[in-house]
Design a protein around this ligand. Structure first.
Ligand code: PGU
Length: 419
């Protein structure tokens, strides 16, 4: 029988989430998943923060809580607290009611709502994203109807920031273009601008009237400090100019599957913010009507209670510190093996990922021979490592970089014969 969907072709797996699919299929017990950016404990287990468990218990015990629909923009208290978290307790923009905030479906949903809003209400449809960037940015913005360009960001030669290329590309962008900036802990490179470089970027963006759109998925994960990781966003808000901010609580509260996030649009005045907010409702209503209540209630419970807030900060710092310690251990393990090349970028890069510099051939080799799963661009999630698994990874990297480099012809022949 012919299906009406007979012409539908098989879609490829997602480049990041598909790594977990492949990992789950591997029966080998030594397998290691360093693909997805999700925190694991020293025992390699997902972590639910103690403070999250506490907040959930409080919510369960409160019999006055019901399961009614939230308003279109979500939990008002959560929105206020989220804006405060990223902009700071004494932010004039909040005091002057210049910030329109919507609770959205984690970081991705916040980016998508922001993009849909811009496609409908902003005069420039072009958005610049860093090269490279989180793989979903291109898809989210394209699906929303924006046209995506790239600006130079990472320099493979120095394994650092290409500030010259960045300033040149943004300098050549059409006036008013949107610029996607990773607020901290750039994914996948782990390379962030230094404060003085952020200042150069800010001046250029403001002088060309570009519109900054911050993706803030790792607040607290770069340095271990929520305030230090908000530095770039706060610099841009302090100058009185406008911007968008997409926040995610997936990583810093470990609320991955609860899909907790917020989109804030910082405007020049309260009247325009109120009109922007009214239009955000029209964007959201036909997409998913209103957001889920549980995760945002957990986040709000933690954010509004000073004891729980402090407990959260300690747990967050512990996660960030464990990642930093993994960097040191991996670096030391490669040094001990005398692995060819300079690996100092492992300890210099920050946030959840190390952009190793391994190529897709080497990654495929490590997956085949060592059962280590990672994205084909050579990104590894440091949060997936533990003291026990560092030697296995170091052995794999050592063997991979010792591989003879194959020519394009050899790769072509191998792809035909499947080896
Ligand atoms: N923005 C950046 C820069 C991210 O790295 C991620 C998650 C998100 C937004 C979206 O996170 P939400 O879960 O929607 O809040 N990136 C991780 C997780 C896997 C994925 O690709 O969604 C990663 O491994 O890159």
């Amino acid at each position: 029988m012919d299906s009406v969907f007979a012409a539908v072709v098989q879609a490829p797996e997602d480049p990041i989430l598909g790594v977990t699919v492949a990992y789950n299929k591997d029966p080998n017990p030594i397998k290691l998943n360093l693909g997805v950016g999700a925190y694991r404990t020293e025992e390699g287990k997902p972590l639910v923060l103690n403070v999250v468990r506490k907040a959930e218990q409080l919510l369960v015990n409160d019999r006055s809580r019901v399961k009614e629909y939230l308003p279109i923009l979500g939990l008002a208290e959560f929105n206020k607290l989220s804006a405060k978290l990223i902009l700071g307790d004494d932010s004039p923009a909040i005091q002057e009611n210049r910030v329109a905030t919507a609770q959205c479906l984690s970081g991705t949903g916040s980016l998508r709502v922001g993009a849909e809003f811009l496609a409908k209400h902003y005069h420039q449809r072009t958005i610049y994203i860093p090269l490279p960037s989180w793989g979903n940015h291109l898809k989210v913005f394209t699906m929303a109807g924006l046209s995506v360009n790239a600006y130079r960001y990472y320099d493979p030669a120095t394994r650092g920031l290409n500030i010259q290329g960045l300033l040149e590309d943004l300098g050549a962008a059409p006036s008013g273009a949107i610029v996607l900036l990773h607020a901290c802990a750039h994914n996948p490179t782990g390379v962030d601008p230094a404060p003085e470089q952020w200042e150069q970027i800010r001046q250029l963006i403001r002088s060309k009237a570009l519109l900054p759109f911050f993706d803030c998925a790792y607040q607290g994960f770069a340095s271990g400090s929520l305030d230090a990781d908000a530095l770039a966003v706060r610099m841009f808000v302090a100058d009185g100019g406008e911007c968008l901010i997409a926040q995610s609580y997936a990583k810093n509260m470990g609320l991955y599957g609860e899909r907790v996030g917020a989109l804030s649009i910082v405007c020049k005045g309260a009247d325009v913010a109120s009109r922007v907010e009214s239009q955000l409702k029209l964007v959201i209503r036909p997409m998913y009507s209103n957001p889920p209540i549980h995760g945002a209630s957990i986040a709000a419970t933690i954010l509004k209670n000073s004891d729980m807030y402090n407990e959260w900060k300690i747990e967050l710092k512990a996660m960030a510190d464990r990642i930093i310690s993994m960097r040191k251990q991996l670096y030391d393990a490669l040094s001990a093996r005398g692995t060819a090349g300079d690996w100092s970028h492992i300890i210099k890069q920050i946030g959840m990922f190390t952009f190793t510099g391994l190529n897709s051939d080497q990654v495929a080799f490590m997956t085949k021979e060592y059962h280590i799963y990672m994205t084909s661009d050579g990104r590894i999630s440091m949060a997936g490592l533990s003291s026990k698994t560092v030697p296995h990874l170091a052995d794999a990297i050592h063997a991979a970089v010792t591989l003879p480099v194959r020519s394009k012809f050899e790769i072509y022949v191998a792809s035909i014969f499947g080896f």
